[in-house]
Design a protein around this ligand. Structure first.
Ligand code: SAM
Ligand code: SF4
Length: 457
C-alpha cells in the first residue's frame, strides 16, 4: 500500500484563520492524509492568507511564489491557497501564480480534501469561490488543535462575515455578509473541543456582539434560566450550562455598540465568562472615528469601557489602533494618546494604516508618510508599555487562578499559563502538573506583557 500523501499548512492573519487552518488539517487527516514532518517535505502545502493589510498579502504572495517555483523540480507537488486573498483575487490569482494548483474561499473549506485529491491526480488551477451562505456546518472531525496554541485553548467561529463597512476595512468585501451560526451547532462544537481537552474557548466573530441580531431566531428549546433576552448572553449562558468542562469562555472582537447592560450582566454573572474584552477603538479622535464610520465617538467608547469596569471587577480591556489614517493630524494623534490613557488599556495592538482596494478610504490620499506612521506606532507602543507595566503592577502580591498551558517558550524549565484577564503568567511547575489544570499562583513580579509568580499550595 502506498504511504498517504502528506500536507502542511502555512497560516497568516487573525484567530479566525488559525481556526480555519485547524479545521482544514482535521478534515485532511480524516480524509486519510498525513501531517508532513516539515513543510519542505510536504506533498501538499496550503497557504491560508490574510488581506487586512497590504504587507500581509505581500508576505503570502512571496511565500506562494516560492512554493509554486518548487513545483518545477517536483511537478507532483500540490500548492493551494485559501483565506481572504482567495476571495479578493478570484480566478485572477492564476494570472499572478500560474503554477498554483487550487484556490478556495474561506467559507468553502469543506471542499479542500476533494480539491487536494483532484490536484494530486493531475488537475490544475481549480477554483472554488465562497458560497453565498456558509449554511449549516458539518461537525469538525475530532483531532488535535493548532500546534501553536496547544490543546488547552480553542477558537470556535460563531459569526461569519461583517456588515459594518468601516471605511478602511476589506473584511466585508472578502468575508461576505454577516451570518450567525445556530446555537445547537455551536454548543456541539464547544463540547467536541472540550472532549479533546480545550479548557479556554474563545468565540469568534469580526463584530462578535452582532451575533444573532440578523436573520435569526433563537430556538425555543434553549430557554434562558437567568432571563437573558439578547442572543450573545443567551449563547454564553447556554455553553456554560451545557459544557461545564470548559471553565473559561471568551468572545472577540467587541464593538462599543454591543456593550449592553445585559451583556455586561452576563460577563459579571456567568462564572465561566472571562474578565477580558478586546474592544478595538481604532482612534481617539472624533473626527477620524467619524471618517472611519465606526459608529461611536471617543465619549461613547469610554462610556462602554467604564460600564465594563464598573460591572466586572478586575476586567482587562485591550484594543486595536490604526495610526496614519488619511488626514490624521498631530492633533488627532494626540487625542488617541489621551483617550488610550483614559481607557487604561491592558494591552493594545497598533497597526499602520494600509489602503485596501475597494474600500472607501482607499480613494483618499494616503497622506501620512511611512516614516510618520512608524513614529506614531512607536510612540503608542512606548505609551502602552508604561501603561501595561502599571496595569500589571496591580497584580503583584495577589494570588490569581492560572490555567496551566505547558512549558514556557523562553525557558523550558518554567511553565506558562493565563489568567481570566488573558495575562500570561510564568511560574515553576510542580511534579504532576498537567496542561489544563487550574492552579493558584501568587504573583511576585510583573512586566508589561507578563506576570511572574509561584504556585501556591
Ligand atoms: N473586526 C474587528 C474590529 O472591528 O475591530 C477586527 C478586524 S481586523 C481583522 C483587525 C484589525 O486590523 C482592526 O481592528 C484594525 O485595527 C486593523 N485594520 C483593519 N483594516 C486595516 C487597514 N486598512 N490598515 C491598517 N489596519 C487595519
Ligand atoms: Fe472591518 Fe469594521 Fe467589520 Fe471590524 S467591524 S471587520 S474593522 S468592517
Amino acid at each position: 500500500m502506498n504511504a498517504p500523501a502528506t500536507f502542511a499548512l502555512h497560516t497568516y492573519g487573525c484567530q479566525m484563520n488559525i481556526r480555519d487552518s485547524d479545521l482544514i488539517a482535521r478534515r485532511l487527516r480524516a480524509a486519510g492524509f498525513a501531517d508532513a514532518p516539515t513543510e519542505d517535505e510536504a506533498d501538499v502545502v496550503i497557504v491560508n492568507s490574510c488581506s487586512v493589510r497590504e504587507k500581509a498579502e505581500e508576505k503570502a504572495l512571496g511565500k506562494l511564489g516560492l512554493l509554486c517555483a518548487s513545483r518545477r523540480g517536483r511537478p507532483g507537488r500540490v500548492i493551494g491557497l485559501t483565506g481572504c486573498m482567495a476571495n479578493r483575487l478570484g480566478p485572477e490569482v492564476f494570472t499572478l501564480l500560474p503554477a498554483l494548483s487550487f484556490s478556495v474561499g474561506p467559507r468553502a473549506g469543506a471542499s479542500i480534501p476533494d480539491l487536494v485529491r483532484r490536484a494530486l491526480g493531475g488537475a490544475e488551477r481549480l477554483f472554488v469561490p465562497d458560497p453565498p451562505s456558509a449554511g449549516p456546518q458539518e461537525p469538525a472531525p475530532s483531532g488535535s488543535g493548532p500546534a501553536e496554541r496547544g490543546p488547552v485553548q480553542s477558537f470556535v467561529t460563531i459569526l461569519y462575515g461583517c456588515n459594518r463597512h468601516c471605511s478602511y476595512c476589506i473584511v466585508p468585501h472578502v468575508r461576505g455578509r454577516e451570518e450567525s451560526r445556530n446555537p445547537h451547532e455551536i454548543v456541539a462544537e464547544v463540547r467536541a473541543e472540550a472532549a479533546r481537552g480545550a479548557r479556554d474557548v474563545c468565540l469568534l466573530g469580526q463584530s462578535v456582539m452582532r451575533y444573532g441580531l440578523l436573520g435569526f431566531s433563537w430556538p425555543d428549546d434553549l430557554p434562558s434560566p437567568a432571563g437573558f433576552t439578547e442572543p450573545l448572553p443567551r449563547l454564553l449562558e447556554r455553553i456554560a450550562l451545557d459544557v461545564p468542562e470548559v471553565p473559561r469562555l471568551r468572545f472577540t472582537s467587541g464593538h462599543p455598540a454591543g456593550v449592553t447592560p445585559e451583556l455586561v450582566r452576563a460577563m459579571r454573572e456567568i462564572p465561566a465568562v472571562c474578565a477580558h474584552l478586546h474592544l478595538p477603538m481604532q482612534s481617539g479622535s472624533d473626527r477620524i472615528l467619524r471618517e472611519m464610520r465606526r459608529g461611536y465617538d471617543s465619549e461613547g467608547y469610554l462610556r462602554a469601557v467604564r460600564m465594563l469596569h464598573e460591572a466586572v471587577p478586575d476586567i482587562a480591556v485591550t484594543t486595536d489602533i490604526i495610526v496614519g489614517y488619511p488626514g490624521e493630524t498631530e492633533e488627532d494623534f494626540e487625542a488617541t494618546r489621551r483617550v488610550m490613557e483614559e481607557a487604561d488599556f491592558d494591552n493594545a495592538f497598533v497597526f499602520k494604516y494600509s489602503p485596501r482596494p475597494g474600500t472607501p478610504s482607499s480613494l483618499l490620499p494616503d497622506d501620512v508618510s511611512d516614516e510618520e506612521k512608524r513614529r506614531r506606532d512607536q510612540v503608542l507602543l512606548a505609551d502602552q508599555d508604561a501603561r501595561g507595566q502599571r496595569c500589571n503592577n496591580r497584580w503583584v502580591g495577589r494570588t490569581v487562578e492560572v490555567l496551566a498551558e505547558g512549558p514556557s517558550l523562553r525557558n523550558e524549565r518554567r511553565w506558562s499559563g493565563r489568567t481570566s484577564q488573558n495575562k500570561i503568567v510564568v511560574f515553576e511547575p510542580k511534579p504532576g502538573l498537567r496542561a489544563g489544570d487550574l492552579v493558584p499562583v501568587r504573583i511576585d513580579s510583573a512586566r508589561p506583557q507578563t506576570l511572574y509568580g509561584e504556585l501556591c499550595g
